[in-house]
Design a protein around this ligand. Structure first.
Ligand code: ZN
Length: 656
């Protein structure tokens, strides 16, 4: 492991807190040290109060901040003297400890300080760094982990047996540090949990962390337990239907729609097909810090009932009798290992699935290395339970935000790179849905860089491309709940007498045939949608009120309209709603080139300006207006409506 310290970068950070921010980010940059909110750091700084008195302030990482992206305001400034007084108490409950820390901060708006604050305060050094390094966890999560750790670190680290984070752990560490620390002591290993390093400067503490973790890596390497791979595997199959069926089962179990992300690779298949997978995967996480995100164990295979029964049994066995099952997390697994598709992760948002996947990816490393070293051994179920339960109790104290309208749901939008489609992507993302955007335009692939969006280049008139794209969308999110049929073309204005057959056929292929194909392929997924499938067709004013010179366009949209009406009849029994919006004169779309606009205006004998607001309300209709209505049609407002056609055109005399 290399130090990422750079003098040039460090120059941009001022003072002790600035450098604390810098080296915290360096730790966060290396995912083998800390993952997603894991780990914490602190610095003790002498400051003058308003009254001119000198005080030492302990700046410790606040909850809700990631080391990788932390800012100065991500550190909670706690009065060190108070922390040290608290540490002298014979005992202190967790809620009171949290309360005391929060009420002794210098900034009311600062985040709540880390649960490990008292531990940071008790360490005599100015800078303290704490990580859950993979290499250290690989060594400690073995039968003779403690012996190995002592062999690696000797006098350099004080070794602490596993204790749940909190007041008792902090006191115990301080006592051990006083009793066993020497002038050579630069760190502390918490068995089955992680590692601390200390220093008088930010750089010293950080580089000691790198040095200590490197020692564990070298030790693993010397035992041929560093470069491990899962050698044998047979090819997997990520069957889209099976994935969507599994997601539906998980969503029903969780009581809310979940996203399910499949990660099929040589590595995940090799691990899921490991001959000892049941033994190595069912013990628990690599560090208790991961338990709330991954659950104690992954589900092996796809037998959800068996998993739920086991989870209830585990929870019931350890929970304080009076409180179970009110506090219990929903019993759906968050990690699934299966010989057919490797690894899949479930969560209420796409971001959650990516985080869980990353955590489990590191867990695979830790397990395989510990296996190579002599056998992976996780904490006892009771110890893991205590952390899970504690986390749940803490979560109840926090104000949970209201879930968004489409949390855990998946929308597929065609023609998503521009105009109404692009606006629809935004409207669905804003309501919490994960979105797969299809477009023939390659720019679709980079439309949004976020975990809840996947942009797929696809010609919707090509069966194979459509099947492939839908398969990829299901791999990414687990299903399709909402389908927005938007892709369309407006061929040049032409009278029927002059209309080439080719042009007619092209309009039919894109505006009609492609949508039949999409509906047919998506039907089984829509049927599996946890909240019922929804389809929105972007129709056209030309359906109820066709215009001269637009026969190919109008006829294709009218046929699509009829197709949608029949789908409403046929799919009602499957709980799928299908509704249509009829926009008119939406000029901020790809269809409306300057040339087309001029042509259409001329057809009606108007200027372009007149043509743009040529409606009853004399208003301009934008892509966003149409997209917002399309999204609302998938929401509760339209829960009891199917087969409807709603104009969004500013009012049209011929339609009214
Ligand atoms: Zn920790």
């Amino acid at each position: 492991m290399k130090s990422l310290w750079s003098d040039r970068e460090a120059e941009q950070f001022r003072g002790d807190l600035g450098l604390r921010v810098y080296t915290s980010r360096l730790l966060g940059r290396d995912k083998s040290l800390v993952l997603h909110g894991g780990g914490n750091t602190s610095v003790k700084i002498r400051e003058k109060t308003l009254f001119g008195e000198e005080e030492t302030i302990l700046y410790v990482k606040g909850s809700g901040w990631d080391l990788e992206t932390i800012e100065p305001q991500g550190f909670s400034p706690v009065l060190l003297a108070h922390v040290l007084r608290l540490a002298e108490l014979p005992s202190l409950s967790d809620p009171e400890m949290v309360n005391q820390l929060v009420t002794h901060m210098l900034k009311a708006a600062a985040p709540a300080p880390s649960i490990e604050t008292i531990l940071h305060g008790l360490m005599p050094q100015k800078f303290v760094d704490h990580t859950h390094a993979d290499a250290v966890l690989s060594v400690t999560n073995t039968r003779d982990g403690e012996k190995r750790i002592r062999e690696i670190y000797g006098k350099r680290c004080v070794v602490i047996p596993y204790l749940i984070p909190g007041f008792d752990l902090a006191q115990f560490c301080a006592k051990e540090f006083r009793a066993r620390g020497t002038k050579d002591t630069v760190g502390m290993v918490l068995l089955n949990h992680g590692i601390f390093s200390f220093g008088e400067t930010a750089r010293e503490s950080y580089e000691r962390m790198i040095e200590l973790v490197t020692l564990a890596e070298e030790y693993l390497d010397s035992k041929r337990a560093w470069s491990v791979s899962t050698n044998h595997f047979t090819a997997g199959t990520a069957d889209a239907n099976a994935q969507a069926t599994l997601r539906r089962r998980l969503s029903d179990t969780a009581g809310a729609p979940l996203i399910l992300k499949t990660a099929i690779s040589e590595r995940t298949l090799g691990f899921a097909q490991h001959p000892e997978i049941a033994r190595i995967s069912q013990q628990g996480p690599a560090t208790p810090d991961h338990v709330i995100r991954t659950k104690r164990t992954p589900m092996l295979g796809t037998d959800v009932d068996r998993y739920v029964a086991e989870y209830r049994r585990y929870f019931g066995e350890h929970a304080p009798k009076a409180k179970e099952p009110k506090t219990m997390l929903d019993p759906a697994p968050r990690v699934v290992l299966d010989p057919a598709f490797g690894l899949a992760t479930a969560g209420r948002t796409a971001k959650d699935t990516v985080i869980v996947e990353e955590i489990y990816d590191h867990t695979i490393d830790v397990i395989l290395r510990a296996e190579a070293l002599g056998g992976f051994q996780a904490l006892a179920p009771k110890d893991i339970f205590d952390v899970e339960y504690w986390d749940l109790e803490q979560a109840k104290l926090k104000k949970g935000g209201k879930p968004q309208a489409f949390s855990g749901e998946v929308a597929l939008v065609t023609g998503a790179a521009s105009g109404i489609g692009k606006a629809a992507v935004e409207a669905f993302l804003a309501r919490g849905a994960a979105v797969a955007g299809l477009d023939v335009d390659p720019r679709i692939e980079s439309l949004h860089a976020r975990p809840d969006f996947v942009g797929l280049r696809c010609d919707v008139t090509d069966d194979k491309q459509v099947e492939l794209a839908i398969g990829r969308a299901v791999m990414a999110f687990g299903g399709i709940d909402m389908l927005v049929l938007n892709a369309g073309i407006f061929t040049a204005s032409r009278k029927i007498a002059d209309l080439p057959t080719e042009e007619w056929r092209k309009a039919m292929a894109v505006n009609l045939d492609a949508n039949l194909l999409l509906m047919r392929i998506c039907h089984p997924f829509l049927k599996l949608a946890p909240h019922g499938g929804r389809v929105v067709v972007i129709g056209s004013k030309n359906v109820p009120a066709p215009g001269p010179g637009a026969s190919a366009y109008s006829a294709s949209k009218a046929a699509l309209n009829q197709l949608a009406r029949i789908a409403a009849l046929e799919w009602g029994a499957d709980g799928i709603r299908i509704n249509t919006v009829h926009p008119n004169a939406v000029f901020d779309t790809g269809l409306w080139t300057e040339e087309v606009l001029l042509q259409r205006a001329k057809n009606y004998g108007m200027t372009v300006e007149e043509y743009k607001t040529n409606n009853v309300l004399k208003t301009q209709v934008g892509s966003r207006d149409v997209a917002e209505l399309a999204a609302e049609m998938c929401g509760p407002l339209f829960a009891k409506t199917t087969g409807a056609q709603v104009p969004v055109d500013g009012g049209n005399e011929r339609v009214i």
